[in-house]
Design a protein around this ligand. Structure first.
Ligand code: ADP
Ligand code: MG
Length: 618
C-alpha cells in the first residue's frame, strides 16, 4: 500500500516516504536524501550547518545537547561531554583498554569481555544510546528541513566494522526511531556517490582512501554485477586530522618558546590552540600562509612547514595502502579508480601523496566529508525501488539468527543480505563444565526470539568439560542460491561438530513477512530497551556467579571485613537484579567490581610469590 504525502519543502507530491542516508562519523555526522530532481543532497537545517559534530553533552538535569552546542562543553565540562563514541560502538572494555587516555569521560569496565558503558551525569549509557542521540538530532534536523516525517534510513559504517559493531549501529538507529533498511559500508557509499557500481555490467577494482578526524582507513573493493566485495582493508583507528592539529600546536608552543609543561596543564589554552591549529590547517588547504595571534601567541604557519609536520603521518597512511594492496594481491596498475573520503583529504599534500602512490588522479570532485552520506542516500533510493535501472538481487526478506542468553535474538545473516551468503560468529559457554550447547535458529526482526519464527533446534554435544568462557564454538550460517540454510556448530578446541539444514522460506507468505516487518517497527523502541535490560541482567548475573565462586575458593585471602563488604555488594547486586532497573543493575555491578578488583590482583601476586618460593635460587 503506497502512501501519498506532500513534501512541503518542495511543494511536490511525494509518492513514498523519504528514506535518508546517514553518515554516522567519529568526528562529524550528517544526513542526505534524494531530492525531487533525483539528485542526492545533504541537509542543512536552517543554516545550522551540514556537519553535526558527533559530540553529546549531558547537564546535571540530564538534559542533552548534540553537535556544535555540545562542543562548547569540551573545555568547561569534559567529564560529561562525550565525543568519538563511534570508537566504542560494539566494543568491549578489553578492545579499547590501551586507548583509555584518549577519553576525557569515564568508561566502565565491569567485565573485560562485556560491552563498554559510559558514565555521564550520574547515569550509565551504552554507546548505542549515545549514538542514538546523535541520530535523533539528525532525524529531527531532516524532519525540520524537509517538513515531512523521516522514519527510514540507510546508515554507513567502516568496512572493517565487525558484526557486533554493525548490530550496535543498527540498534542505535532503531532506538532513535529509525527503521534501518541497511547498514552500508562507507567505501561502497562513496563509490555510489560517484556513480561507480550502479551499472550492473560494470566490473571494476577501486581503492577508497578515507582520512577523517581521528581515524584512517583504506579499502580495496571489487565491483561485479552490482555487488561490492571488500577485498582488503587497512588503517589506523587512531590517526587522523586531529594529529595534524596536535602537531601544529606543538610547533607553535616551541616557536613561541612557551613552557610546554605549563601550557599542557592549561586545558583552556590547549583547546584554544587546537581550534586555532585546525583553522590554520583548513586555511592552508587553499592558501600558502596562515598568520594570526592568539593573545600574545603568534600563530604563524606556512604551507611548507605544515607539510613537514604531517609528513610522517601521511607516510603511515601510505604504508597502510601498501599493505592493503598486498592483502588484496593486487598491484596499483590493477586499480581502476581511487576515491578520496574524509575532511582531511582536503589538504593538497594528502591528495598529492595519494595520487603519487596510486599513480593516478583520485576522485575529489564531491566534498570528501559529504560523499559518504550522499552515497547512502543513493543506496536508500535503490532500496525504495525508485531506480529501475539498478538490478535488484535476490535477498533474504528476514534476518536469520540464533537464540542467546536471556532469549535474545542474535542476528547472523541480516535481512536484505544478498543470496548466496555465508556468515558466522563465535560463542562460548556460560557455566563451568558445560558439555552440551543448545542451538535454536530463528527468523525475524524482533529482539526476543519468542516473537520470531523458529526454524530449527539442535544440540552440540561432547564439548570437553572446561571452565565457563573457555570453549570456542563457531556457528556458521550458509545460505545457498536455492535458499537452503545450513547451520554448522563446531567446538574449535575438540573439533566436535554438528550441522542441520532448513529452508527458511518454507511456509512463509508475503503477508507474514510484511506483518513481521511492521511489528518490528512498531516495537522497535521497547525491543531495544528490553534487549539492553536483558544484556545488563546477563552481565550482572555472570558477575554474581564469578564473585560467589571467588569467595568460595579464595575467601581465605580476604580479611573478615573485606569478606563482609564483598557479600554486601553481592547482595546489593542481587537485589538490583530482582528490582528490574537497568541503570541500578549496572551501577551495583560497577560497585562490586570496583570493590573486588584489588583482590584479584592480590591473588595473582600471591600466586607469583608462591611459585618463587618453589624455585631454587643459586
Ligand atoms: P569523520 O569521518 O572522522 O567523522 P570527517 O570526514 O568529517 O571525519 O573529517 C574531519 C576532519 O577533517 C577534521 O580533522 C577536520 O579538521 C578535517 N578538515 C575539514 N576541512 C578541512 C580542510 N579544508 N583542510 C584540511 N582538513 C580539513
Ligand atoms: Mg567519515
Amino acid at each position: 500500500m503506497a502512501k501519498i504525502s506532500i513534501n512541503l519543502a518542495t511543494g511536490s507530491l511525494q509518492k513514498e516516504e523519504i528514506i535518508v542516508g546517514i553518515d554516522l562519523g567519529t568526528t562529524n555526522s550528517l544526513i542526505a536524501f534524494i531530492d525531487p530532481d533525483k539528485k542526492p543532497k545533504v541537509i542543512n537545517d536552517t543554516g545550522k550547518g551540514i556537519l553535526v559534530p558527533s559530540i553529546i553533552h549531558f547537564n546535571t538535569a540530564g538534559e542533552i545537547v548534540v553537535g556544535n552546542e555540545a562542543r562548547e562543553f569540551l573545555i568547561s565540562d569534559p567529564a560529561n561531554t562525550i565525543f568519538s563514541v563511534k570508537r566504542l560502538l560494539g566494543r568491549s572494555y578489553k578492545d579499547v583498554a590501551e586507548h583509555l587516555d584518549t577519553f576525557s569521560y569515564q568508561l566502565i569496565d565491569d567485565d573485560d569481555d562485556s560491552l563498554v558503558k559510559i558514565r555521564a551525569g550520574n547515569k550509565f549509557y551504552t554507546p548505542i544510546e549515545l549514538s542514538a542521540e546523535i541520530l535523533k538530532e539528525l532525524k529531527a534536523r531532516a524532519e525540520h528541513a524537509l517538513k515531512t516525517p523521516v522514519n527510514r534510513a540507510v546508515i554507513t559504517v567502516p568496512a572493517y566494522f565487525n558484526d557486533s559493531q554493525r548490530q550496535a549501529t543498527r540498534d542505535a538507529g532503531r532506538l532513535a526511531g529509525l527503521n534501518v533498511l541497511r547498514i552500508l559500508n562507507e567505501p561502497t557509499a562513496a563509490s555510489l556517490a560517484y556513480g561507480i557500481g550502479l551499472d550492473p555490467t560494470e566490473e571494476k577494482t577501486i581503492a577508497v582512501y578515507d582520512l577523517g578526524g581521528g581515524t584512517f582507513d583504506v579499502s580495496i573493493l571489487s565491483i561485479q554485477n552490482g555487488i561490492f566485495e571488500v577485498l582488503s582493508t587497512n588503517g589506523n583507528t587512531f590517526l587522523g586530522g586531529d594529529d595534524f592539529d596536535r602537531a601544529i600546536v606543538h610547533y607553535w608552543i616551541e616557536k613561541n618558546k612557551l613552557d610546554s609543561v605549563a601550557a599542557k596543564a592549561d586545558p583552556v589554552l590547549m583547546q584554544q590552540l587546537r581550534l586555532k591549529a585546525e583553522e590554520a590547517k583548513k586555511a592552508l588547504s587553499s592558501q600558502n600562509l596562515f598568520n594570526e595571534k592568539l593573545g600574545e601567541i603568534w600563530c604563524t604557519l606556512d604551507k611548507q612547514t605544515f607539510e613537514l609536520l604531517i609528513e610522517a603521518k601521511v607516510t603511515e597512511t601510505l604504508n597502510s595502502c601498501k599493505q592493503a594492496m598486498a592483502d588484496a594481491k593486487l598491484s596499483v596498475a590493477e586499480i581502476d579508480e581511487v576515491i578520496l573520503v574524509g575532511g582531511s583529504t582536503r589538504s593538497p599534500y594528502v591528495k598529492a601523496k595519494v595520487a603519487q602512490f596510486f599513480g593516478r588522479q583520485p576522485h575529489d570532485q564531491i566534498n570528501p566529508d559529504e560523499v559518504v552520506a550522499l552515497g547512502a542516500a543513493i543506496q536508500a533510493d535503490i532500496l525504495a525501488g525508485n531506480r529501475s535501472d539498478v538490478l535488484l538481487l535476490d535477498i533474504t526478506p528476514l534476518s536469520l539468527g540464533i537464540e542467546t542468553m536471556g532469549g535474545l535474538m542474535d542476528v547472523i545473516i541480516p535481512r536484505n543480505a544478498k543470496v548466496p551468503t555465508k556468515a558466522g560468529r563465535q560463542y562460548t559457554t556460560s557455566i563451568d563444565g558445560q558439555v552440551n550447547m543448545k542451538i535454536s535458529v530463528y527468523q525475524g526482526e524482533r529482539d526476543l526470539v519468542q516473537e520470531n519464527r523458529k526454524l530449527a533446534e539442535f544440540e552440540l554435544r561432547g564439548i570437553p568439560s572446561m571452565p565457563a568462557g573457555l570453549p570456542k564454538v563457531d556457528i556458521n550460517f550458509i545460505l545457498n542460491a536455492d535458499g537452503i540454510l545450513t547451520v554448522q556448530a563446531i567446538e574449535l578446541r575438540s573439533g566436535v561438530k554438528q550441522e542441520i539444514a532448513v529452508k527458511p522460506s518454507y511456509g512463509l507468505t508475503d503477508d507474514t513477512v510484511e506483518k513481521m516487518l511492521t511489528d518490528s517497527i512498531t516495537h522497535a523502541k521497547t525491543d531495544v530497551e528490553q534487549r539492553m535490560f536483558i544484556e545488563a541482567k546477563g552481565e550482572g548475573e555472570q558477575l554474581v556467579y564469578t564473585a560467589d565462586r571467588f569467595i568460595e575458593r579464595n575467601g581465605n585471602i580476604l580479611t573478615p571485613e573485606e569478606l563482609t563488604h564483598t557479600k554486601l555488594h553481592i547482595t546489593a547486586l542481587k537485589d538490583a537484579l530482582n528490582g528490574g532497573n537497568k541503570d541500578i543493575i549496572l551501577k551495583k555491578a560497577d560497585e562490586l567490581n570496583e570493590f573486588t578488583r584489588p583482590f584479584a590482583e592480590r591473588l595473582m601476586d600471591m600466586a607469583v610469590s608462591q611459585s618463587m618460593k618453589g624455585k631454587k635460587i643459586d
